[in-house]
Design a binder for this molecule. Sequence first.
Ligand SMILES: [Zn+2]
Ligand SMILES: [Zn+2]
Length: 265
Amino acid sequence: MMRRVAVLTRHNKGRLISQALLELGWQLTELDSFDTDSLGSFAGERPRFMSPDECALRKAAIAAELSGYDTGIGSEGSFAPGPYGIGTFNLELICCVNISAGWAVTGRFYGPTNVQQWTISNNEALDQALASVPEGQKLLVQQHRYIRKGLSPAEARQQAGSLLINGGEFILGFDLRAHCCPERQQHIRLAAADLVQRIKHQCARCSTPGFWPDKPISGLPCEECGTPSTLTQARQACCQRCGYTETYGSEQRYAAALYCQVCNP
Ligand SMILES: [Zn+2]
Ligand SMILES: [Zn+2]
């Protein structure tokens, strides 16, 4: 049976998500009349008081409520320094809630991006920066309180002319909004595909979706002395409704002595 699902979105993100949902036979309706920035504390450039997971969940619940459908979808993307502070990583979350059945499942993508930002003070630096911009990536320019977004490289070059004369220096960077960033679009597609896989995995006891082994259990025994290490020995799935759990052992049976507190303190 075709299930109707609503998503809150302003930047055509729905288009990126709907393709994956076809696998479930779901039809996505975009509620683009709703300005997610008006949600205040957790959208756009305003200060945040919620984790990305909470934001995605809340948007999904609002989408369901506004549409009157059982199922709503909310997405939340963020950029932050990567592990060990290296590079910039993109986290894309797509949460699906079913109000009447009472479950929520979140699909995710987390990985490195090629996000760039430059301080430009002359035409040579501008040429160099623009030459490294990937196909389809839109740009923003900023000088003090002046900011322009969604620019093609040609448009950015046009802006640059007067900015260099005006203030001598300006910021050039990637516009990271979903409709301006092809790499992010790809990450959103991957998060949507992850969501679909998680929804398809249902609890064996009560059929609630999202039965997914994402809880690592450490204690893989040392190959030399058998002491439990910090490495993962199994992954556990736990049903959010009935609490039924299943544990899946890892392929490795022993940890290298390198990871052992006793053999390699
Ligand atoms: Zn269950
Ligand atoms: Zn050991």
